[in-house]
Design a protein around this ligand. Sequence first.
Ligand SMILES: Nc1ncnc2c1ncn2[C@@H]1O[C@H](COP(=O)(O)OP(=O)(O)OP(=O)(O)O)[C@@H](O)[C@H]1O
Length: 743
Amino acid sequence: MQHPDFPKEVERLTYTKEYMDELLEASQRDLRAVQEKIKESMANLEYIDSSDSYINILTNSRFFELALNQKESLEAVRKKPYFARIHFQRTGENQELLYIGKTSLFHNETFEPIIVDWRSPVANVYYDGRLGDITYPVRDEVFTGHLFSKRQYKIEDGELLSFQDVDLTTNDDLLQEALTGKADVRLTEIVATIQKEQNEIIRAHLKQPILVQGAAGSGKTTIALHRISYFLYTMGEHFNPEQLMILAPNKLFIDYIGDVLPELGVERICQTTYAEYVQNATGLKLKLQNSNDQLETIVEEGIDVLPAFNIPQIKGSLFFKELLDRYIKRVEQELAELFDEDVFIEKYRIMRGSHLKRLFLEEFAYMPIEKRIERIKKVVQTEVKRKAKSVLSSLNARYEEMIGKALSGLRDPDKRRATVVKFIDERDERIPKIQAESKSAASLYMKRFEKVKIKQLYRKLLTDRFLLQELSPEWTLEQQERFLQAHLKEKWVLEDLAALYYLHAKIKGISDQWKMRVVFIDEVQDYSLFQLAALQEGLETDMFTMVGDLAQGIHGYRSLTEWESVLKLFPRANYFTLQKSYRTTIEIMNVANKILSKMDENLPLVEPVVRHGQEPTFVQSEKFDTAAISTLYESIKQHGHQSIALICKTTSEAEHYTKLLVEAEVPAEMLSEESALGRSKLLVVPSHLAKGLEFDAVILAAFDLPYFDTTIDRKLLYVALTRAMHELYLVGPSLETFLLEGK
Ligand SMILES: Nc1ncnc2c1ncn2[C@@H]1O[C@H](COP(=O)(O)OP(=O)(O)OP(=O)(O)O)[C@@H](O)[C@H]1O
């Protein structure tokens, strides 16, 4: 039976669309008018003074761009102008029906809100849950009101299909529907179904750092992206999108999230990886070794206990930062000694070196070293200029006086002439010399400060025995030796990046272009403490949004294994946890939870959002059988699924299986960090690369190498299992291969 409000709701939608059409027509007219103006100015370019016309073209192009943007965003939302409505009364005001959508729309004349933006303060009421008396924050104030009802709409192509009122007792149908959807091999925006605990994180204090420990599939990536959108909406006046940076684990991941940001109205923010950012910000070109090689070695050799003196871990620790601080101090001292000489022009002392040294070591100590040197050069230049003037005028005066005295004091004309000529010659020689010296004195003096070569400086630390002994008295001789031995060959690994960036920041400073003011980090468990500390100091901000999951910390041999140290590093941070998974069915999560409970981290089990699916299937097989995989793949496709992955433990296994499948003419393709995500083939994915991604169905195959009950294998397995949205198949010789028991 149709809801009694249905006709009214259709009417409202029609009204909204018609108003949008009016606006669209107007913007179409604007566009034409601007186009005409541009044409006119173009024609004028050749005849009259072209600068005016040029300015006209520029201005009109800007209008054109604005009008075009407005038109495009209107067209985009017209198909689905809003997704929810709240019946709300702010204390002391009238009751209102507010329709919530992806962007706001106001009536030009009446200023009536036709659509309210999901990021606006009042929309918080929709996400926050409860009906009845409520409070909500608007900037620094807290508003109160009463929420009578919440309604959700299903609108497709501008047509109202259905709607329903939601309260605490009804199931969130919209969410259920969103979750049964197919993985489009890309994330989508979820503004209509953001949950209360997710909303709290999206809107958490924007000026403070946040750290989120979230279960696999709890929406961490999605939330981080929505928080960016919310941030720009709320703080856009104070921040340019260019000053925001999202750090993703690899290029593949950037591609994966790439479409969501524009959908959320976010353009121009810097999306990069740590490695790429560091190279851009430092200008260093480094041929980095693949950071997964180390992981693969550990996995293939089944290593569970890492050596006590584990170099990747040391390089990611705050002790290493301390070591570099000592090194920087040493560099600073060496440079300071160069100020022992005073600044002279001819025989005149212009400035004392000790004064400059004090500027360098004390007054300007807040600046990066080379910036201090640049500043001191300016100080010297100004002082030289000022003092040279007075030296010259007193010297001129002195010669005047001496010449005058010679003229009046010497009786003998020959002697008089000779003395006067001598003084004049002397003066004429010294004055231009002093003038010339005063021009170059500052540069000449500062020449002793050569530009520091960061790569060389760092390499010295890695290879110079005496330097290392001096800087790391905590280490035994054997440890120092191990450190030196590890760096015999010049090769760069991920763990070196924080150090290079830190040295660059402290010595040269980070240029404005790369001085991001707000940072969003996904998969933060894969970072080391020093990587975070280096960024924090280089950028001089702690406005970080960090999301991650310790259960997926497959790089634990070099990165974080707990959050306490991160919270210490960011003392202002708010810490959140997300326990619900929106990705996987209950059946799949039950299997993944078995692995989670084996981990040492003692993380709580993940609660799947109530959504059932088929039980994960174990397919017993002694060896990798391409025909069986092909049949399985085809049958999954028959279920209507499109994004299907075959996840293997290691890269070499993935390469091997891809080869076999391709030879057997199964449409398979191996995923690499550089490849674009496709959906038309069976994607063969090494487990470490699957992190962060999701697929409709996952086939987990393990033959050459079973999953061992080691820290790293449990995590890799957990990552692999939690990639599946709807269907999961385990293919191998036995369930034990996947750390599961029984048949
Ligand atoms: N409130 C929501 N409404 C609809 N879908 C949601 C919601 N929250 C999350 N999802 C969906 O759940 C899936 C998992 O989200 P996401 O990838 O952001 O999780 P994650 O915590 O980053 O996962 P992982 O740690 O495993 O990489 C995505 O398909 C996302 O669209």
